[in-house]
Ligand binder design. Structure first.
Ligand code: AGP
Length: 594
């Protein structure tokens, strides 16, 4: 998820582009750049924040230009990989948000036709394709180029000698801001609200041709009408997409995040990383390492591997692992870290590398330290996660684990085929959980007055109980603990009573009956009982004081729908208690100290 902007008018483009980009940094901030058309196209870009670029960039004269703030997906944050990207002649500059899934084959083809590439990005294929088809009509060249592109894109094209900007979108947002003798193009509304609140939303497949006095939208070669909308949001609201908090916005982004994270693999049916390479080199076991929410993803990973691969898996808290006296043996290790900068996790990677372990990193940040020091890296495609409490990155980590393991699993083909079908439907199942928000809000109102709470689950939903408790702790300051349900009778039962509600997480697997028993034991000790149960579960209604229903999925995927419901529950309880949800006290998004 990057931010792109374009300006065409009578004012100097540079300051406007930089201001618009600054408003889009919540979409990505690891590098940025601008290109302005004067006699030719001048480009200035680097792996720095927009504010820094504004300080160091030379004055690029011109009233037409494009800009980009990046969230790296292909190629580390660097000056070369930053956008805009140009063709061989430097006469065509492109800014892009999205992923060109066939960039490798396009670049190979274009190289054989004499084009020369300088970056590691997928995007660079686009300006070279436009150059290939350009015969004096820019929008036709863009149309022809996009016919060769697979994947998602929002692009803005600037070309020397062309008094217009051409913009196009497919599966990435793009809007046009209408001004007076000037027009704006941007990934999202916040970018342009300083200048206008009149916008046109481009639709998938649209190509916009924008001059300072005119906006034309074409589709399959013919002109189409697009309605003008008046925006009444403040910039801050707009950055949150109209949601009150980044956390709620990020929770609602999860169907897209699942599609984006699985996108390339599911569409080309290729394993993300050949676990076999790690497995077949005589490894005795698989070690999963992480901290906080990522550790809970690792715990769920253990259940997935043990069910679908059947090899023993050890899961370690990185902060504990670093001081354990255990003798490290050569093993395959997977470290999970959203930020890629968590000190405890990085220290563990270094320890593992010292004894020759193969380390695979699952991270959300391209170019992060973890991605540099690990042997291999698989990226989640959650986009920037602004809220301190991790939500979408957690679900994206689970998607990577499912795909890694399913790609390697020797489980029965029919089972794998049905799991693959379910995986493809997970975005819509998660959407069903989000659509049931009102029920969860009601439950939150019921629970928000309590100062203590327990979460219980069994099997693959035990880590979900831990994660549910962590989310609630982080943002509502309620003292919440997650427990394996079978553990309650070994001590925590002492906490039960009218002032300690219990949230029980059920799934239709071999733990279901045992969970029902635990729920009866909790009820017998007078604790208010909230159950997270699948639709159509008759039995639980009689037992629980409140039931949150989630869609039916294969038990191995139940952590996904259950976790999203618990994220919403924590959010609405914290909101009810008026907590600073996005930036809770005493916490940092990335813990870079031990
Ligand atoms: C989760 O909501 C917290 N932000 C925290 O527990 C986090 O998961 C932990 O610090 C690990 O961060 P990482 O995934 O960036 O390594």
């Amino acid at each position: 998820m990057c931010g792109i902007v374009g300006y065409i008018g009578e004012r100097q483009a540079q300051p406007i582009l930089l201001n618009c980009l600054g408003r889009l940094e919540y979409r990505g901030y690891d590098s940025c750049g601008i290109a302005v058309l004067s006699s030719g196209i001048e480009v200035y870009k680097d792996a720095i924040r927009v504010e820094a670029l504004a300080k160091v960039a030379p004055q690029l004269g011109g009233t037409v230009g494009v800009g980009h703030t990046r969230w790296a997906t292909h190629g580390e944050p660097s000056q070369l990989n930053a956008h805009p990207h140009c063709d061989c002649s430097g006469n065509i500059a492109v800014v892009h948000n999205g992923v060109v899934t066939n960039s490798q084959s396009l670049k190979k083809q274009l190289t054989s036709e004499g084009h020369n590439f300088v970056s590691e990005t997928d995007t660079e294929a686009i300006p070279h394709l436009i150059e290939k088809y350009y015969d004096g009509n820019l929008e036709e060249a863009v149309e022809a180029a996009l016919r060769d592109v697979d994947g998602s894109y929002a692009i803005i094209v600037l070309a020397a000698g062309e008094p217009r900007l051409v913009a196009a979108r497919k599966d990435s947002p793009l809007i046009i801001g209408i001004g007076d003798r000037e027009n704006f193009i941007a990934s999202d509304v916040p970018a342009i609200l300083d200048y206008t609140n009149r916008v046109i939303y481009l639709e998938d497949g649209d190509i916009g041709v924008i001059t300072k006095d005119n906006i034309k939208v074409r589709r399959n070669g013919t002109e189409v009408d697009r309605k003008e909308h008046e925006i009444l949001w403040s910039i801050e609201d707009a950055q949150k997409g109209g949601y009150e908090h980044f956390m709620l916005k990020e929770i609602h982004e999860q169907p897209r995040v699942i599609r984006d994270t699985l996108g390339e693999w599911v569409s080309i049916g290729e394993p993300a990383v050949d676990l076999a390479v790690m497995m077949r080199t005589g490894l005795e076991a698989l070690l999963l390492l992480a901290c906080g929410t990522s550790y809970h993803a690792a715990l769920i990973g253990k259940y997935i591997v043990e069910e679908l691969v059947g090899i023993p898996v050890r899961v370690e808290l990185a902060s504990e692992f670093n001081y354990s006296g255990q003798t490290l043996v050569k093993t395959g290790a997977i470290v999970i870290t959203q930020s890629g900068e968590t000190a405890d996790t990085l220290k563990a990677v270094k320890r593992l590398k010292e004894v020759g372990c193969q380390v695979l990193a699952i991270t959300n940040v391209v170019g992060s330290t973890a991605s540099r020091i690990a042997d291999q890296t698989v990226y989640t495609r959650a986009g920037p996660e602004i809220c301190v409490a991790a939500t979408k990155s957690f679900i994206a980590q689970l998607m990577v684990l499912y795909w890694l393991v399913m790609s390697y699993s020797k489980a029965e083909a029919r089972r794998l085929a049905s799991l693959l079908t379910e995986l493809r439907h997970l975005p819509s199942k998660v959407q069903q959980v989000l659509d049931n928000e009102d029920t969860i809000l009601e439950c939150a109102n019921y629970l928000s007055r309590y100062e203590n709470m327990l979460f219980i689950g069994r099997g693959i939903n035990f880590p979900v109980a831990l994660e549910g408790a962590l989310k609630l702790k982080e943002i509502s300051y309620i003292h919440a603990e997650g427990y394996a349900a079978g553990e309650l009778k070994h001590g925590p039962f002492a906490l039960l009573g009218g002032d300690t509600p219990v949230v029980a997480i059920l799934a239709h697997d071999n733990t279901y009956e045992a969970m029902l028993t635990n729920i009866k034991e909790v009820k017998a000790r007078k604790s208010p009982l909230v159950a997270l149960a699948e639709e159509g579960d008759e039995a639980i209604g009689e037992l629980a004081d409140f039931v949150i229903t989630v869609p039916r999925v294969d038990a191995i995927f139940s952590p996904v729908v259950n976790s999203v419901a618990l994220q919403l529950l924590a959010y609405y309880i914290a909101k009810q208690r008026d907590c600073p949800i996005d930036f809770p006290r005493n916490l940092a998004k990335s813990v870079t100290v031990e």
